[in-house]
Write a protein that binds this ligand. Structure first.
Ligand SMILES: [Fe+2]
Length: 302
C-alpha cells in the first residue's frame, strides 16, 4: 500500500506578533507574501498558493500541518481510517479556498493535521526581494510524550512509512509518497508540540548566504552547517522572530525501494554519535536540543 499523503503541504503557526513574523520570513528566508490581513498571512516560496501560514495569537504555537494527498480518493481513505482508529475529525471543510478537498484530524497527543488535495499553483515561480528564496517547505519534526504511539497512529491513518528510528523510538523518521527519507519525524518530549520545520535549499551556496544574512541582522545559526546521518541531508538551523526553530536542508536521501526495511540506529547519549547526528562532527547546541514550541489549543482548520 502506497502512502496516502505525497508530501508536506504547508505549516500553519500561531505567532504573537504577526508583523514581526512576516518581516522575518521575508528578510531571512525570502518568502513571497501572497495575502495578509490583520490576523492571517499566507507566504510561499514557489508557485503553490501557501506553504507557511501565520495566525495572530497570544503565543507562538504549532497550529496545523498540511499534508498533500494526490487526490480526493486518498482524502476519503484517510477519513475512513481516522474514523476506524478513533482519531478526532475536526473538519471536512478545506482550510483555504485554493484547496478542493480536505479532512482535518486531531491526533491523540493534540497534533492537528489537514490532509488536502494539492493546493492551487497560482503564484509566480520566481519573485524579487531579499533573503534566500528556498525551493519549497520540506518536513516537520514533531515532539510527543509517547513518540512510538504517536508515530504508529500517524502511520496507520496516513499510510506513512517508517524509514529509520532509534531502538527506544526516542526519534523516528517517516516518509510520504515522494520517498524522501522523512516528511514527518517524532522526537520524545515532555509535552506535544513542534521541534522544527524545514525549507529545502537549492545548493550549498545558500547555506553560506544564510549565515551572512543572519550575521548582518546580528543573529546567528543555532547549529550547523552539517550533514545528518539520518536522512543524509545537509542542514543549518536558526530561530525565527516568532521563536520557531527553522531548518534549512538539501540533498535528503530518497527511498524508492518498496521492500525497504527501516533502519534502527543509536544516536548515542545526548546525541553524541556523530555518524547518526552530524557526519561532519559538530554536535548540537543545548539551544537546539532543548528547543520546543507547543501545540495550539484551537480546534479548527487554518
Ligand atoms: Fe529536520
Amino acid at each position: 500500500m502506497q502512502p496516502l499523503v505525497q508530501r508536506l503541504g504547508y505549516v500553519a503557526l500561531d505567532v504573537a506578533d504577526i508583523d514581526a513574523a512576516i518581516d522575518d520570513a521575508q528578510a531571512v528566508m525570502g518568502l513571497s507574501l501572497v495575502a495578509r490581513d490583520k490576523s492571517h498571512a499566507l507566504l510561499t516560496a514557489n508557485t503553490r498558493h501557501a506553504e507557511l501560514v501565520f495566525h495572530q495569537a497570544s503565543e507562538s504555537a504549532l497550529r496545523t500541518i498540511g499534508l498533500e494527498a494526490l487526490d480526493g480518493a486518498q482524502v476519503d481513505e484517510v477519513t475512513r481510517r481516522a474514523r476506524a482508529a478513533g482519531v478526532e475529525i475536526v473538519s471536512e471543510t478545506p482550510s483555504l479556498p485554493v484547496i478542493a478537498r480536505a479532512v482535518t484530524l486531531r491526533f491523540r497527543e493534540g497534533h492537528q493535521i489537514e490532509v488536502h488535495t494539492p493546493m492551487r499553483r497560482d503564484q509566480p515561480m520566481r519573485y524579487p526581494g531579499p533573503g534566500i528564496h528556498p525551493r519549497y517547505i520540506d518536513h516537520v519534526n514533531l515532539a510527543a510524550r509517547v513518540p512510538a504511539g504517536a508515530a504508529e497512529e500517524m502511520m496507520q491513518v496516513l499510510g506513512l512509512k517508517l524509514s529509520e528510528r532509534t531502538a527506544g523510538w526516542e526519534i523516528s523518521w517517516m516518509r510520504a509518497g515522494d520517498g524522501r527519507h522523512h516528511t514527518l519525524a517524532f522526537v520524545k518530549s515532555e509535552a506535544p508540540g513542534l521541534h522544527h520545520y524545514s525549507w529545502e535549499f537549492a545548493d550549498f551556496a545558500d547555506f553560506k548566504r544564510l549565515g551572512d544574512v543572519l550575521d548582518a541582522l546580528d543573529r546567528r545559526l543555532v547549529w550547523g552547517p552539517g550533514r545528518h546521518g539520518a536522512g543524509d541531508n545537509l542542514f543549518a538551523y536558526y530561530v525565527d522572530a516568532a521563536g520557531f526553530l527553522v531548518e534549512c536542508t538539501a540533498e535528503m536521501e530518497v527511498i524508492d525501494d518498496p521492500a525497504f526495511e527501516a533502519r534502527i540506529v543509536d544516536p548515542g547519549e545526548n546525541l553524541s554519535n556523530y555518524k547518526v547526528v552530524n557526519r561532519w562532527g559538530q554536535l548540537p547546541s543545548t539551544a537546539w536540543m532543548e528547543h520546543f514550541n507547543p501545540c495550539a489549543a484551537v480546534r479548527e482548520p487554518v
